[in-house]
Design a protein around this ligand. Structure first.
Ligand SMILES: [Mn+2]
Length: 330
């Protein structure tokens, strides 16, 4: 499955082109936004141009990584001429083109040469140039690798963006991807100017009241299954209206349920305004929730994965619980 890392091809693609579209997955997380922001700064440092377009808006807590508001939410009438005018696209932290959403569709429509920098085990090799390193703790680590290969050092702003990506993807250095490589990269980023306590407060101690009220409501739906080895919560649409929270506020909720002892699999079910249900899955130990997500048409990692399905909330809960129970069978 693992293709060789095409670093030489990636470096050639960057050297040979001038104007790059940079994008990432729908529902962007800290690694996605941090990697996009860092790569944009790096490209400009190389006297290149970067056009930053995502299907979804930058989540509020990561707004500090885009202080000038350069990351655009995709508006085809406004942005597609700019996308078509790019020489190449660099798509980050994403394992399949459909996860890039409407921006991925625009790339296909305009036949823009695409390179992918990613660490998802489910990466399907959609790009022309793939640097897909499943051993990397975060895509941010691969952007740091790119900087090293260019014989450069991260600027303080780049270091802060990359530390934010690495920190959030490792659960601030608690999850299984907190490897020697993760800590080595973190040390290098701090030496280059990243300030962990400042970033921690901005990301984890800067929550809005609507989000916190939504979290309280979600936790009131908490249920146990499989004798407490599965914990799950649900967020029906009306909870958003009642609390004033937005869909992006849900990031991190699923990890709250990890805190329960004896839990092996955690699931969060969110009713989508477009219809259907978003499923987020976590495994504390060895259960392979990545395969469960893939069976639902989604993807991710062995211990952290998700899928968007067409079925309504209650039906999706039953279906996913049945599959999750099977994962726990000896
Ligand atoms: Mn990531």
């Amino acid at each position: 499955m693992a293709k060789p890392l095409m670093w030489d091809e990636l470096l050639a693609l960057i050297h040979e082109h001038q104007r790059f579209l940079v994008s990432t997955h729908v529902h962007p997380d800290g690694d996605a936004i941090g990697s996009v922001a860092a790569l944009a700064l790096l490209l400009e440092d190389l006297d290149k141009q970067a056009v930053l377009v995502l299907e979804d808006p930058v989540p509020r807590i990561y707004g500090f990584l885009d202080p000038d508001g350069r990351i655009r939410q995709h508006d085809p009438t406004r942005d597609d001429a700019d996308i078509a005018a790019c020489d190449a696209a660099l798509v980050l932290d994403v394992g399949a083109l459909n996860r890039v959403g409407t921006v991925g569709e625009a790339l296909q429509r305009h036949r823009v040469a695409t390179a992918c920098i990613d660490h998802h085990t489910t990466n399907d090799g959609f790009a022309d140039v793939d640097v897909v390193d499943c051993e990397a703790p975060a895509t941010a680590s691969l952007i740091l690798d790119l900087i090293r290969r260019l014989n450069r050092k991260p600027s303080p702003a780049v270091a802060e963006a990359l530390f934010s990506g690495l920190g959030t993807d490792t659960g601030w250095f608690r999850f299984a991807n907190t490897t020697p490589r993760a800590l080595h990269d973190a040390a290098e980023l701090v030496a280059a100017g990243a300030r962990p306590p400042v970033l921690f407060e901005r990301i984890y101690e800067n929550l809005s009241w609507p989000r916190t009220r939504l979290l309280a409501r979600m936790l009131s739906t908490l249920r146990a299954d499989a004798d407490g080895r599965i914990a799950y919560g649900t967020i029906p649409l009306d909870m958003f209206e009642e609390t004033g929270a937005v869909q992006a506020d849900v990031e991190g909720f699923v990890d709250k349920m990890r805190e329960i002892g004896g839990v092996e699999i955690i699931a969060l079910f969110r009713e989508r305004p477009e219809g259907g249900t978003r499923v987020s899955l976590r495994a504390k130990h060895d259960a392979d929730v990545g395969s469960l997500a893939a069976a639902l048409g989604g993807g991710g990692h062995r211990r952290a994965a998700g899928a968007t399905v067409d079925t309504p909330l209650a039906e999706t809960v039953e279906r996913v619980l049945a599959s999750a129970r099977k994962l726990l069978e000896p």
